[in-house]
Unconditional design. Structure first.
Length: 118
């Protein structure tokens, strides 16, 4: 390993300590009096894979709100107030146009073994 390898930033978004992917999906945008409009542009159905860094295109304020809950799920924990162990609902901090996200663990396709000729 060279010095540049040690200092190069790693993309940790796809790493998963429990062998499952954590997906974040917009399920609702609430306004003060009905449907809202996210100032960052998020819409119902937008989806990202979440790791330990903010995924491209996801509002950093929203990521900051959901990160603690995402970490619990990624490491096999459970949020006791959630009815399903592999899901959580988290909202962004915008009081006027609140985006509600669902975090859910999904099964990752099995990795195929790599065969190399001897």
């Amino acid at each position: 390993m060279t010095a540049s390898d040690e200092t190069a930033p790693r993309d940790r978004t796809a790493e998963d300590p429990v062998g499952r992917r954590l997906v974040c999906r917009v399920v609702e945008v609430r306004g003060r009096e009905g449907p809202g409009v996210c100032s960052y542009g998020h819409r119902v159905g937008d989806e990202w894979q979440v790791g330990e860094t903010c995924p491209a295109g996801l509002c950093a304020w929203a990521f900051n709100s959901l990160y603690p809950f995402a970490t619990v799920l990624r490491f096999g924990g459970r949020l006791p107030w959630e009815p399903e162990a592999d899901r959580a609902r988290v909202s962004c901090p915008d009081p006027d146009n609140t985006v509600v996200f669902e975090l859910r663990l999904t099964d990752r396709p099995p990795r195929l073994p790599v065969f190399r000729p001897s």
